[in-house]
Ligand binder design. Structure first.
Ligand code: FES
Length: 348
């Protein structure tokens, strides 16, 4: 069933395994996203497809997708401006309650939160300091996030047992040793580590790194040795930010870093830039962690809002309505990571 009102935004529908559907391609149907016969007399025909499994999906309503019948985020490029909050929407949220941080954390609607990592929360082992910033106790169900602070030297071996690991390098440079294979790494880049592989950081600088484990919530294990082996079937692991290959959406851009191209099938990591603006309230089907790399603003979630600034970590449960407002003239840069994998441009 879909309750879609006619807009370019995708339709959230529940598919039933084995059932056939006719997706409207002409945009004339009054029953979007499905065909109601209104294409009669045109060259258009519906796209008939069979659901492989029962699941909630976002079907394209703008008909500009290149992945029909599914939304691929193309609706964001159909207008000159990214979908920003309308004056009516801003007015409707005037009664929102400002939430201040308590013990470094501001909890918003639906368990979404903004937290500011502080070094007093760090565990210390050798040249590594680390602290969990998104965990099961925070309401996460699929992904966890640790902040790692590395000083010059070689860290112990690290591993999230049996899950995918994705690292993002906020600052500094060095090498990541994945089960005996070395990768040079720099800031504004990500790397993918497969389940069963241990890793360590080697550097002569101070580094700030965010580590995501997904799709199960497990502890970061620390040890002096390892007996894992590097999966040679997936040699490419490292992706650096490159403006030349970034996806431009109106006056903002994003680039997927770790995703299927480096073998990450479950989780997607991206880096994005947003100008001074306030996004329209929207939702994703995925659970997401965001780190504010530069800039400041506010996070709105319906009835509550709070401030965000460089270094803050945001947690968004799946389907939680939210709007990130950038109030910084210089714009805001952020890193996001989410499960299940896909495009950060897909929302409803
Ligand atoms: S009504 Fe659009 S394809 Fe049938």
């Amino acid at each position: 069933m879909s309750n879609h009102t006619v807009t370019n935004k995708p339709c959230l529908v529940t598919l039933e395994e084995g059932k056939k559907y006719a997706w409207c391609t002409c945009k004339r149907s009054k029953g979007q996203p499905f065909c109601d016969g209104s294409h009669k007399g045109t060259d258009h025909r519906p796209m008939v497809f069979k659901a492989e499994k029962s699941e909630d999906v976002l079907l394209c309503a703008c008909k500009a997708t290149r992945s029909g019948p599914y939304c691929d985020g193309s609706h964001n490029n159909l207008e000159d401006e990214y979908a920003e909050a309308s004056p009516e929407e801003i007015k409707s949220m005037e009664g929102s309650v400002f939430v201040d941080q308590i013990d470094g954390k501001a909890v918003l609607d639906g368990g979404a939160y903004v937290m500011t990592p502080v070094e007093t929360g760090d565990n210390v082992t050798g040249n590594l300091r680390y602290q969990p910033v998104i965990t099961k106790e925070d309401g996460a169900t699929k992904l966890s996030l640790h902040r790692l602070l590395v000083s010059p030297g070689t860290t112990p071996w690290l591993e999230y047992k049996d899950v995918d690991t994705v690292l993002y390098f906020v600052s500094g440079a060095g090498q990541v040793d994945i089960a005996g294979v070395l990768f040079d790494v720099n800031k504004e880049a990500g790397i993918y580590i497969k389940p069963g592989e241990s890793f360590r950081i080697i550097t002569d600088q101070d580094m700030v790194i965010y580590a995501t484990a997904c799709p199960m919530l497990t502890e970061l294990t620390v040890s002096n040795g390892h007996n894992s082996s590097f999966d040679k079937n997936q040699v490419e692991r490292y992706v650096a930010f490159d403006m030349a290959t970034a996806n431009v959406m109106a006056n903002r851009f994003y680039q997927e870093l770790v995703d299927t191209k480096v073998g990450s099938m479950e989780v997607t990591q991206f880096i994005g830039q947003i100008p001074k603006s306030r996004a329209a309230m929207h939702r994703h089907l995925y659970e997401e962690a965001i780190v504010i790399l530069t800039g400041y603003g506010r996070m709105w979630t319906g009835t509550k809002y709070t401030d965000v600034k460089t270094g803050d970590v945001l947690f968004l449960p799946h389907r939680q309505g939210h709007s990130l407002e950038c109030t910084d003239e210089g714009g805001m840069m952020l890193m996001g990571v989410f499960y299940p994998s896909g495009s950060p441009a897909i929302n409803y």
